[in-house]
Design a protein around this ligand. Structure first.
Ligand code: ADP
Ligand code: MG
Length: 405
């Protein structure tokens, strides 16, 4: 908490990894007795740019946060799985055989789903039972991907303990398995960006992920050296049932993107010409596809600017992305609009909603040293509009998943 002139802002400090491991180990000892075989960590993420284009094979540009989740794990010599978390009273005990599409329900679907998927894809030939204790420094359900942090920490733990490859290719397979866990066992639509960031990102870099084939490039991203900071704003917006909205948009742009073909979708310089063709048969889809086509090109622009060291210049692209999501894709909400507008009014170089929308988080590119002023302005604006008080995080591009102890 930082005391301002008239508002108090809520800051979430970067995760202290040793402390995270200590708490996870303490929970493990308390609930299972004894010590874990090891403790593994995976980070949450934010997406700098490339929103709602993962499912049409676009390129996205997330980076790993310095906030993450630890899992303390011990292998068992039977097939029993036990899961506990500091985030919930609800423990889960079952066997590998109990896990499948839609089972179990609740939070244990994430860890149990990972074990199921590792087996399903034959990444691990025989998955034994295990005891799993979770402790996280990532806010849940805020669009910062606490789900992938949990999945990926466990997937890396199992891979390292049971000898599956954990080089970048091995990690890409683990990311695929975590996506399957979330799609099939949890039953949530997720495209692979979160899991790729958690397992494959590099400190000081953004991860340029091609969602057609999951190849990656690491783009240097050092806000501090540019005299800047990236402020992450968790709006704490109430949960909205947006699955139907997401599904409708996704189905429509997937269908049209397939018809257009990957070449035109990604490389055609004349976006208006493509939109005119779409307008002839499906006029209602024009704004949605305008977002997709322009966002794909904005990612290329941002990557070029970052490669040229022009970090401050990406502010305008963040703004355009946010406007496109708000007006053409229609996935914003009052809490996100408030955060973006207040950040820009307080002097941010650029700001936009990040993640799927309808709540969750926003990002703002600000000058170094202005985070207190900007966060206070956003908090004050939320209070004036009777919106929830937001929480702030420093967006520092950080390491992917690794072992802690
Ligand atoms: P996000 O990934 O943006 O945080 P999701 O809805 O995708 O939001 O995932 C949040 C869910 O992941 C939680 O509701 C919970 O089921 C599970 N989860 C994440 N972290 C933990 C944790 N530390 N302990 C228990 N469950 C967790
Ligand atoms: Mg998630």
């Amino acid at each position: 908490m930082t005391a301002g002139t008239d508002v108090v802002t809520d800051w979430l400090a970067p995760t202290d990894e040793q402390r995270l491991a200590t708490v996870a180990t303490g929970l493990f000892a308390d609930r299972f007795t004894g010590r874990p075989d090891g403790v593994w960590f995976a980070p949450g993420r934010v997406n700098l740019i490339g929103e709602h284009i993962d499912y049409v094979g676009g390129r996205v540009l997330p980076f790993a946060l310095p906030h993450g989740t630890a899992v303390a794990v011990r292998l068992r010599d039977d097939d029993v799985i036990r899961c506990v978390s500091t985030a919930t009273e609800r423990a889960w005990t079952g066997t590998i055989g109990d896990v499948g599409p839609g089972d179990p329900r609740g939070w244990a679907a994430y860890p149990a789903g990972v074990l199921w998927a590792l087996r399903y894809h034959d990444t691990i030939a025989h998955v034994p039972g295990m005891d799993i204790a979770v402790h996280s420094g990532v806010p849940r359900g805020s669009g910062l991907s606490s789900s992938a942090a949990l999945e990926c920490a466990l997937a890396l733990a199992v891979a390292e303990m049971l000898g599956a490859p954990t080089d970048d290719h091995g990690r890409s397979l683990l990311a695929r398995d975590c996506v399957a866990a979330e799609n099939i066992v949890v039953g949530a639509q997720t495209g692979g960006m979160d899991q790729s960031a958690a397992l494959r990102a590099r400190a000081g870099h953004a991860l340029l992920l091609d969602c057609t084939d999951f190849t990656v490039e690491h783009i240097p991203l050092d806000f501090t050296a540019a005299g800047l900071e990236l402020l992450v704003i968790n709006t704490n917006a109430p949960h909205r049932l947006a699955d139907g909205e997401y599904g409708r948009r996704r189905a429509s742009v997937e269908r049209i993107s397939k018809r257009i073909g990957p070449q035109l979708l990604r490389d055609e310089p004349d976006v208006d010409a493509i939109l005119r063709t779409i307008a002839a048969t499906q006029p209602v889809a024009v704004p949605r596809m305008r977002h997709v086509l322009t966002e794909i090109r904005r990612v290329d622009t941002v990557v070029a600017k970052l490669r040229a060291g022009a970090v401050a210049d990406i502010g305008e692209d963040l703004n355009r992305s946010g406007e496109s999501l708000r007006i053409d894709y229609e996935v914003s909400c009052p809490e996100l609009d408030n955060a973006v507008t207040a950040a820009l009014d307080a002097g941010a170089l650029g700001a936009r909603m990040t993640g799927g929308g309808f709540g969750g988080s926003a990002i703002a590119l600000i000058t170094a040293g202005s985070s207190d002023a900007v966060s206070q302005a956003i908090t004050r604006a939320a209070r004036d509009r009777d919106l929830p008080a937001p929480q702030f995080l420093a967006g520092v591009p950080s390491r992917a998943a690794h072992r802690l102890t």
